[in-house]
Design a protein around this ligand. Structure first.
Ligand code: HSE
Length: 306
């Protein structure tokens, strides 16, 4: 293979009840990347559109991931990399993860698929650590695998893909401000009360049960965040009002997407998703706060070539 062109989906990490361990992939928004072999024996970021990012391999997540891969598996060719960002950095829907996971996928394809999916997630996590300060996989795993993923443990690294109910839709609202993951992590407490830890593990367990039993109502009531949302929601304009509006219009539940400022709301069926999307868009318009609101099915295949 001389060249591969790929779609790298946006993702919703945490899904309210699984901080740093749960994530899902979206269909309707994602970056595009192109990887082409060159004869110079060097990795090069040759083009970036859609965001103001460095082409220096040492300063771009793409370079961090690609260099780690060629360090581990020597190649006798170079690679030109084009990055077309459609996911805004600092949006909370996995912009850096799309670049990191996309690089792992694209470089691996040109190498002849020498690495496993698990290894690709681990390479992509190095990129996440570079930009966010923490080696988390709750965005990169669903970006690479599609669907809904659960990280069972980081050391040793282990994960599962969970079932996705057929009628599940996601509404996302992205208020047009940038929130750096690093900053959104700094405001979190180092310790949490025992009663919150208990409530959180019960809700994560019931979320997984709901997915396995197609129980939409339980899915919705499981989407509670006792650990993170209370601290982060102050960074997000109209957070409480948006949640109320979404639930009033039939959303199953939702909250902050990743580190924010985007929010996500899970819905059963497209009709409800459209209603929720419209009501949220109207609310932001009323307050004159620019926001991008959209709905999407869950992406079931992860990164793909086209
Ligand atoms: N779980 C991460 C966070 C997602 O909420 O900080 C961003 O990588």
């Amino acid at each position: 293979m001389e060249q591969i062109k790929i779609f790298c989906p946006a993702t919703v990490a945490n899904i309210s009840c699984g901080f740093d361990v749960l994530g899902l992939a979206l269909n309707n928004v994602g970056d595009e990347m192109v990887f082409t072999k060159n004869n110079s024996n060097k990795l090069k970021i040759t083009k970036i559109t859609g965001a103001d990012l460095s082409t220096d391999l040492k300063e771009n997540i793409v370079g961090i991931v690609a260099e780690a891969m060629v360090e581990k598996h020597k190649i006798d060719f170079g690679i030109d990399i084009e990055i077309h960002k459609k996911i805004k950095p600092g949006s909370g829907i996995g912009s850096s993860a799309a670049s990191a996971a996309g690089t792992a996928f694209g470089v691996n394809a040109l190498m002849g698929n020498v690495f496993s999916k698990k290894q690709l997630i681990e390479f992509a996590m190095l990129g996440e650590a570079f930009v966010g300060g923490s080696k988390v996989a709750d965005n990169v795993a669903p970006a690479l695998l599609g669907g809904i993923t659960l990280i069972k443990s980081y050391q040793p690294f282990a994960y599962f893909s969970l079932p996705v109910p057929a009628a599940l839709f996601v509404v996302v609202v992205h208020p047009q401000i940038e929130l750096k993951t690093q900053d959104a992590r700094k405001i979190l407490p180092k310790q949490v009360p025992m009663k919150n830890a208990i409530a959180q593990s019960a809700h994560l367990a019931s979320f997984v049960h709901a997915l396995h039993t197609n129980n939409y109502k339980l899915l919705g009531t499981s989407l509670q965040d006792f650990l993170v949302e209370p601290h982060r929601k102050i960074l997000i304009p109209l957070f409480d009002e948006t949640k109320q509006e979404a639930l009033k219009n039939g959303a199953l539940g939702g909250g902050i997407s990743g580190a924010g400022p985007s929010q996500f709301y899970l819905c059963k069926g497209k009709e409800t998703a459209l209603k929720v999307e419209q009501s949220i868009a109207t609310r932001y318009q009323k307050h004159n706060i620019p926001a991008h609101v959209f709905h999407s099915e869950v992406n079931r295949e992860g990164i793909y070539s086209f």
